[in-house]
Design a protein around this ligand. Structure first.
Ligand code: PBG
Length: 310
């Protein structure tokens, strides 16, 4: 809702003659909270209902957290604009500890993200990771109730909702490489018969450097299946037209990991994404991920106790 309100405010400034109405919706991803996303299964858990609303003419555009948008959209849908990125980092949130390093052995850390889980398991094997789902208030409530010693959340959500003081530490990309698209919002549109060029109308909201960064990140994710069942990170920064793209794949227990980085012209985002994917593949990324997928097939219960970025 915050994101939709934000887009409404931007559009109202741009087009004062237009009235922008918000159609509040929940998706399967919002409704099913007793299971991690990989256990719920399927792609587009946070976008499908919004696409249906557009297909039925009840909505003209859909506002998403880009991290939740599948790498490939269904026929007839497109991303029309990517807004300027909020802080893309993961945040360490705790009432009693200042950082992951301070947590005592056996301390329980909440996250339902396979990516965050494998990074923590690799660096802090003495910590216990437990699933955590729900919206921000729910997750913070569970922390405050004492269910967890600490939780890991996207900094972007906490900042947008005016809760930056809950962040005890921001995890550097070197320690916790963000998920593809984390911190960015995207506006999705559907093909329409009335000839209105929504893409052109929304173009002023597109933030070029962010769009380039997430194009590269999403390309990496797409090469490896863009699935919700593998720990994959992809994070790009753009400065002066130059991109720095880093990516990582791992097993959920953090025992095997591949990482790679490239630099190049930001307007070659797709190629940079492909180049990083190739470097990862040369480091056995496919076998690392297939171990993970094999576990999912062999034991759906055990292997799906976490989703990449639930
Ligand atoms: N469904 C998970 C999700 N999708 C987007 C965000 C955070 C906001 C963002 O990345 O823009 C979150 C929660 C989290 O990772 O803590």
């Amino acid at each position: 809702m915050w994101q939709a309100e934000h887009v409404r405010a931007r559009l109202t400034l741009l087009y004062p003659q237009c009235s922008v109405e918000i159609l509040g919706m929940t998706t399967r991803g919002d409704q099913i909270l007793d299971r991690t996303l990989s256990k719920v299964g399927g792609k587009g858990l946070f976008v499908k209902e919004l696409e249906v609303a557009m297909a039925e003419g009840r909505a003209d555009l859909a506002v998403h957290s880009l991290k939740d948008v599948p790498m490939e959209l269904p026929e007839g849908y497109a991303l029309a604009a990517v807004l300027e990125r909020e802080d893309p980092r993961d945040a360490f949130v705790s009432n009693d500890y200042a950082s992951l390093a301070e947590l005592p052995p056996g301390a329980v850390v909440g996250t339902s993200s396979l990516r965050r889980q494998s990074l923590i398991a690799a660096r802090y094997p003495q910590l216990v990771i437990k699933p955590l789902r729900g919206n921000l208030d729910t997750r913070l409530g569970k922390l405050d109730r004492g269910d967890y010693a600490a939780i890991i959340l996207a900094a972007a959500g906490l900042k947008r909702l005016g809760l930056p003081e809950r962040i005890r530490a921001l995890l550097a990309p070197e320690d916790s490489l963000p998920a593809a698209g984390q911190g960015a919002m995207a506006i999705e549109i559907a093909e329409r018969a009335d000839g209105v060029d929504l893409r052109a109308l929304l173009a002023p909201l597109n933030h070029l450097a962010t769009a380039q960064a997430v194009t590269a990140e999403r390309k990496v994710s797409k090469v490896f299946g863009g699935s919700c069942q593998v720990p994959l990170a992809a994070f790009a920064t753009v400065a002066d037209g130059q991109m720095h793209l880093r990516a990582m794949v791992a097993t959920p227990d953090g025992s095997r990991m591949a990482s790679a980085e490239v630099r190049g012209a930001a307007d070659t985002a797709e190629q940079l994404g492909e180049a990083v994917a190739k470097l990862l593949a040369e480091q056995d990324a496919v076998s690392i991920l297939s171990v993970c997928l094999a576990e999912v097939v062999a034991d759906p219960q055990a292997a799906t106790d976490a989703a990449p970025d639930a």
